[in-house]
Design a protein around this ligand. Sequence first.
Ligand SMILES: Cc1cc2nc3c(=O)[nH]c(=O)nc-3n(C[C@H](O)[C@H](O)[C@H](O)COP(=O)(O)OP(=O)(O)OC[C@H]3O[C@@H](n4cnc5c(N)ncnc54)[C@H](O)[C@@H]3O)c2cc1C
Ligand code: SF4
Ligand code: SF4
Length: 485
Amino acid sequence: MAQGSAPERVVPPKLQPVRVPIGEEPVEERTADFREVLHAYTREEAVLEARRCIQCRRPWCVEACPITQDCREYLRLVAIEDFDGAARVTLRDDPLASCLCKVCYHYCEDACVVKKKGVPVAIRQIKRASLDFGASDLVYVPSQPKHQRVAIVGAGPAGLMAAWELGVRGYSVTVFEQEDRFGGLMQTIPAYRMTDADVELARRRFRDLDVTFVDGRKIGLETTLADLLGHEGYQSVLLAIGTPQHRSLEIPGEDLPGVLPALEFLKDRNAGRPASLGRSIVVVGGGDVAMDSVRSALRAAPGASVTLLYRRSRAEMPADPEEVFGAEEEGVRFEFQRAPLRIVGTERVEGIEVQTTELGPPDAGGRRRPVPVAGSEAVVPCDTVIVAVGQQADLYGFGAELDLRITSQGWPEGRGNGYATAVPGVFAAGGRSVVYAMGAAIEAAAAIDAYLAQKRGASPSARPDPFGGPEAFHRPAGYTTPIRV
Ligand SMILES: Cc1cc2nc3c(=O)[nH]c(=O)nc-3n(C[C@H](O)[C@H](O)[C@H](O)COP(=O)(O)OP(=O)(O)OC[C@H]3O[C@@H](n4cnc5c(N)ncnc54)[C@H](O)[C@@H]3O)c2cc1C
Ligand code: SF4
Ligand code: SF4
């Protein structure tokens, strides 16, 4: 493209409602092991699909992306077969692209105008193609060193994103993680969707930034927040501690052998540790973690029966419909409107007693409340119960002086601008999905930059080009307001 001329575009003469199909492993083969279910596009398929994008003047897709990924631009580049350019645009805005191209809930696609007439452009799948076929072995470079140190507690998506944001701005960052693996809850995502290798691939691109990763160190235990801000010499701290703890059902029998918290079950699977699953497995819950649990249980215990119990109806299930469909196809049995009362057994689980529910008026979250039906109690026989009813934060060592807000989905965040807590220099952020956590981290990192710039008597700066180019981050042409999907 000549300097100053309009960018080259390939747009369809009229809107194409049909998506280039995304291949999948056949059902009977994919449940035999943890192989990846979704296939990547070929180069040709990616180009065809990208050409369905009409390059809207107002980029609805970008406005719906919590990290403002300029997906309209990478689609334009793939449509003209410039995969190297597309990879650069992708990685310029998204340091965890190798993970998000597989597990992002693609809010961009929900906002895509093509959805009004048919199936939205496969924006996430083309992100993957840009990395597969473009020169994606890029490495991030820091801008001028700021000589100020930031500690980040937690190496989940929020912690990794904040480390990148601050690293490319020239700060010296240390990320403390209590586990021996990085990625936070991404570690629990089953290998048929994403693996640790995807996190490590992303982290390798950080190698020239002044970002140090420390594993196996729980902040709040031997090292406190005061230590970090005191003798450890950090000028600011971000708590990106997420929700690493399991939420229990709080019913009798939960301590029986054969009852497994979903997070533990999924983490053990990914780490290659054996799980003691029986032949008749019940999973309790209705969200994405429950879907990952039923589908993983099918794979980990071939031939076993797997049943999902959910206390509301199918319409109220918070899980991604694609995941629910996948689980059904693979043979999971769904029992709706069943609330667990107690787990039955003496030496080990023998069943779970449930009560049928009716749906009452909506609760504060807008979903209809399950109301138990008297006299409808029954025991569902099983030898394993996996509990997947949510996660919560571990606030050990983080006191009331921070005045943290705990969100409805359990992660702690600061109440101030840019997620500032009540303690000067300390921020706290996380999110309900990988990309939302990253979006929150962008805001927190900008606030940390402003706080530290003021300390050194300078102005806060926009994110520089992470590849060392002259252009700082800016929103794409036509962008108006963020859309929250
Ligand atoms: C099974 C499962 C599947 C999911 N699938 C998807 C999906 O497909 N797509 C999607 O977008 N989202 C998915 N999610 C949600 C997503 O993983 C989370 O929203 C996201 O990871 C939140 O990021 P975070 O950085 O805020 O917190 P977390 O991911 O919870 O990371 C917090 C990190 O902080 C560490 N930590 C906590 N306390 C301390 C301490 N005191 N000291 C040191 N380290 C500490 C924890 O060990 C953890 O590594 C899934 C979640 C689960 C459980
Ligand atoms: S990060 Fe997610 S929401 Fe953003 S463009 Fe990529 S797939 Fe869409
Ligand atoms: S909203 Fe859809 S059609 Fe419009 S630019 Fe984005 S991807 Fe293309």
